[in-house]
Write a protein that binds this ligand. Structure first.
Ligand code: CA
Length: 225
């Protein structure tokens, strides 16, 4: 799950970036409307957290133009103002929810989970592939009905694979979807996490559910019928 944070208050933006990353979301942060427009044009986000008061304009305008362009990415609008008129304006512009500053981080994450759940519940409540099962809303993974505890990052990695079970995912693609655009840590971070995921999903008498595609990346092992 990839989230764009549009927030010009640097300390708040840093709190959000750190918290969301720890929760397993790939998080990009920008502080200006112009950079936000560019980011939504070139990247696919699962959610946008959008401050209204930005140095080069009103976040509401970005939301409105995303909707005009047919982008249905959920938008959670942040507003320093508590007036009813501001909320109505935000929702009129196509925001899915709003939060008034100051807010508690747990409230923000609860709203985020609710927004990310909506499309998942409408389309596929539970993702399955062979004996693998993932309930994204409950954050639960099992294999042959045995519950497998995963870290937030491992969960996100497996979710990307399960949502496109027939695709081969390049390492760079996985890095962008599960970490973020500017990740500059270990270059083998994807391989390390895939190895951990494999170890946890390894059950006696069962195949490795993840295949390595040499020189490219990873994909799920096709399910034999
Ligand atoms: Ca602001």
């Amino acid at each position: 799950m990839r989230i764009l944070v549009v927030e010009d208050d640097a300390p708040l933006a840093e709190v959000l970036r750190r918290g969301l990353s720890e929760d397993g979301y790939a998080t990009d942060v920008v502080g200006k409307l112009v950079d936000a427009r560019h980011a939504v044009d070139v990247n696919e986000y699962d959610l946008v957290i959008l401050d209204r008061g930005l140095p080069d304009g009103d976040g509401r305008d970005l939301c409105a133009s995303m909707r005009e362009a047919g982008r249905h990415t959920p938008v959670l609008m942040l507003t320093a103002r508590d007036g009813l008129g501001d909320k109505v304006e935000g929702l009129d512009a196509g925001a899915d929810d709003y939060l008034t500053k100051p807010f508690d981080y747990p409230e923000l994450t609860a709203r985020i989970r609710a927004l990310l759940r909506r499309p998942a519940e409408a389309q596929t409540p539970v993702l399955t592939h062979g004996e693998l099962e993932m309930d994204p809303a409950a954050r639960r993974v099992s294999r042959s009905s045995i519950t497998i505890p995963l870290t937030a990052r491992e969960f996100s990695l497996l979710e990307v694979l399960l949502r496109q079970p027939d695709a081969t995912h390049a390492r760079t693609d996985l890095l962008e979807r599960v970490w973020d655009a500017n990740y500059d840590g270990l270059s083998n971070v994807v391989d390390v996490h895939v190895a951990n995921l494999r170890r946890k999903l390894d059950l006696p008498g069962m195949d490795d559910p993840i295949e390595t595609v040499r020189g490219v990346g990873y994909r799920l092992r096709p399910v034999s019928t």
